[in-house]
Ligand binder design. Structure first.
Ligand code: NAD
Length: 499
């Protein structure tokens, strides 16, 4: 039996109908809309996801609000114990979640396992919340005669998180552990395209025995999001997704008096200088551009070769692209997996056509790729465009597909100008062996995550996840201490005693 057949006869047990988890119960949404959850590699329908109705959202938020008073009164160290247990549950279920994740999203099993690990890392960091809650708090004795002043961090109430399709397990875990560790209750609205992984995470939450209402799951789409953004009992919103929706979430949540952190889309450049170690740079860059079929907010899809390195860089990249295998993420040896939907594939194909129209050379065209074993998959082969300039749409807009755009710069000045030309500021990498070039890059590139000889600069859970310009709307970011700040309010107390 081939490894492909083995994978196909051993799917994990997945629910036919994706449910919401409200007040400790699994319930189907009662909204008007039901969408299929589709395996992007095979086109097979995995499950259906009924959307939450407005009444379902109300019930979910009411349960979370009801749970808040007792949960905030639960000692911080006891709350942390639930997170230690959640880490253990997620560790045990890692393979089960990875199998479901690859089926609903398409990414390779290796990438799915890695993403779950990065999610669990945030549970581990959040378990240290009792310590992190001390940050920005403290007491100063005798601020005036007989008078002491202190600052403490307190939870606020019910937070919501709205998450995208491209990291179905990790991104919910950027938020859930911190929100509850700091004493809030939490409502998750995952992407309707990939709700299975979030459901499995909530099963782990249920197994841990969090009090009912502390963690809630509602499925749905834009209407569900708007119901959360406008709900009077939601105090704050964490969002990750595309820039137009991030902007909408930021503005709507703020207009309804909520604090909000909204991470948007990206357009990331990688610059390769003449001093770069090309043999290391090329596999790193290829992994960044084509991994997850380019559907990463940290994917570097415009590759700028500086000065004389361009020709060698181009040749090595094309050799590496030649070696890429396109396929089902469940199959060993797959590099490039399918796009999430047929619409997504059409959109990327349209961007390639527009780039050619605007003057780019299509050196490798993956648009007609068809997989012999998976005729209904949303596959696109690796594509390379050359002669890309910042005036082209493809150099300014997020592609979110397996497309590498090659560009040239005379020197580092010009390259940095190109990197900063977009409306986004999520990430950028430089490949160089000169410290001074790297230092300049870090200082002058306007992006929140900078890689130096690193193609995908994903911050560890104990650092915040950067993002600027059109890639982030808000103040404090996801993960680490920033998350603790976002989910708490600082209160000042000044006291004196007369007896
Ligand atoms: P998306 O914006 O389409 O959807 C994200 C979430 O918003 C989903 O839960 C969806 O149901 C909801 N939504 C969609 N349209 C809405 C609307 N009109 N009103 C209210 N809610 C709406 O994003 P996606 O396609 O799922 O994810 C890909 C995007 O996410 C890319 O742009 C990528 O760069 C971005 N992303 C950013 C980061 C980051 O850290 N900055 C991380 C991962 C993904």
């Amino acid at each position: 039996m081939t490894s492909r057949q083995e994978h196909q006869v051993e799917p994990p047990a997945l629910p036919d109908t994706v449910r919401n988890y409200v007040d400790g119960e699994w319930v189907a949404g009662e909204g008007d809309r039901v969408d299929p959850v589709v395996n992007p590699a095979t086109g097979a329908e995995l499950a259906s996801v009924p959307y939450a109705s407005a009444a379902d959202v109300d019930a979910a938020v009411a349960a979370a609000r009801e749970a808040f008073d007792d949960w905030r009164a639960t000692p911080a160290v006891d709350r942390a114990q639930y997170l230690f247990d959640l880490k253990a549950e997620l560790d045990d279920r890692q393979e089960e979640i990875a199998q479901a994740l690859t089926r609903e999203h398409g990414k390779t099993l290796e990438e799915a396992r890695g993403e779950i690990r990065r999610g669990i890392e945030n549970v581990e960091v959040a378990a240290g919340a009792p310590n992190m809650l001390r940050e920005g708090s403290g007491v100063v004795e005798d601020v005036a005669p007989g008078m002491d002043e202190s600052a403490i961090r307190q939870p606020l109430g019910v937070f919501a998180a709205i998450t995208p399709f491209n990291f179905p397990a990790m991104i919910p875990l950027w938020f859930l552990p911190y929100a509850v560790a700091t004493g809030n209750t939490f409502v998750l609205k995952p992407s309707e395209k990939v709700p299975l992984s979030a459901g499995l995470i909530l099963e782990a939450v249920e197994a841990v025995g969090f009090p009912d209402g502390v963690v809630t799951l509602v499925n749905g789409g834009a209407d569900t999001v708007d119901a959360l953004l406008e709900h009077e009992d939601i105090v704050g919103v964490s969002f990750v997704g595309s820039t137009p929706v991030a902007r909408h979430v930021y503005e709507t949540a703020a207009a309804h008096g909520k604090r909000v952190q909204a991470q948007g889309g990206a357009k990331n450049y990688v610059v390769v200088t003449e001093s770069a170690a090309l043999e290391e740079a090329v596999p790193n860059i290829v992994g960044s551009v084509y991994g997850n079929a380019g559907q990463r907010c940290l994917a570097n899809d415009v590759v700028v070769g500086v000065g004389d390195c361009y020709d060698d860089l181009r040749a090595d990249l094309l050799d590496a692209v030649d070696e890429i295998t396109v396929g089902n993420g469940l199959d060993e040896g797959t590099d490039v997996t399918p796009l999430i939907t047929p619409d997504s594939r059409d959109r990327v194909a349209g961007m390639i056509a527009d780039a050619v129209e605007e003057g780019a050379d299509l050196v490798v065209d993956g648009r007609d790729f068809e997989h012999p074993d998976y005729p209904d998959g949303n596959f696109m082969g690796p594509t390379v465009l050359e002669g890309v300039t910042t005036g082209m749409t493809i150099a300014q807009e997020e592609v979110f597909g397996p497309v590498l755009c090659l560009a040239r710069a005379e020197d580092l000045d010009e390259a940095i100008g190109m990197v900063n030309s977009t409306e986004y500021g999520n990430a950028s990498s430089v490949f160089t062996e000169r410290g001074a070039e790297a230092r300049r890059y870090r200082r002058e590139v306007d992006a929140g995550n900078i890689g130096v000889n690193v193609g995908v600069c994903a911050p560890m859970g104990f650092f915040h996840f950067g993002g600027r310009k059109g890639s982030f709307f808000g103040d404090t970011h996801a993960q680490g201490e920033d998350a603790v700040h976002f989910y708490t309010e600082k209160t000042i107390e000044i006291e004196r005693w007369y007896s």
